[in-house]
Design a protein around this ligand. Structure first.
Ligand code: ZN
Ligand code: ZN
Length: 168
């Protein structure tokens, strides 16, 4: 079953990851009153994000066609989920006329819906990516490094986490 909330959370998580990954901005520092709790929260966040990445990862992900980014994040035509990294898009003729979509907008479904057998009318759907997996992974690693710096010499995130993504 598709879960729209889950997909919204993916992008939200990634926003946090990017925030963690980016160097602190100049200006009045907004030091937290609870640094330990921040580290704990950030660590959990990154671990959650690792689960998302594992779910969205495909071996060939970075070689899939990249869908140009639009101002509006695309949603699944079937369940309405916000799409994050991977989508299935009609490569056939559905985008053109007769269907209930505006011209030039190819029918798009989320991976979960596709796996459940949802497809467009012509059935000619191919996987595409919305963002580069390696870029997203890089942000995740930067965020993890930033949290480790915050922790000082602490026992932080397990280092082997990303290896699981490339293993097998
Ligand atoms: Zn869907
Ligand atoms: Zn189609």
């Amino acid at each position: 079953m598709c879960n729209p909330e889950l997909y919204g959370i993916r992008q939200l998580l990634y926003n946090h990851i990017q925030h963690l990954a980016s160097p602190p901005t100049e200006g009045p520092s907004r030091n937290s009153d609870h640094p330990e709790r921040d580290i704990e929260t950030s660590t959990k966040l990154i671990q959650l994000f690792d689960d998302v990445l594992q779910e969205e990862y495909g071996r060939e992900h970075d070689s899939l066609p990249l869908i140009p980014r639009t101002s509006q994040p695309p949603t699944c035509d079937f369940c309405g989920a916000n799409l994050f990294l991977s989508v299935f898009q009609c490569m056939g003729k559905c985008g053109a006329d007769e269907v209930s979509h505006p011209r030039n907008t190819a029918p798009t479904v989320c991976p979960s819906c596709f796996v459940e057998g949802r497809t467009c009318i012509c059935g000619d759907m191919s996987p595409s990516r919305l963002q580069s997996f390696s870029t997203v992974l890089e942000q995740r690693n930067l965020a993890a490094a930033a949290v480790r710096r915050l922790q000082g010499s602490g026992a932080g995130l397990p280092h082997g986490n990303t290896d699981r993504l490339h293993g097998k």
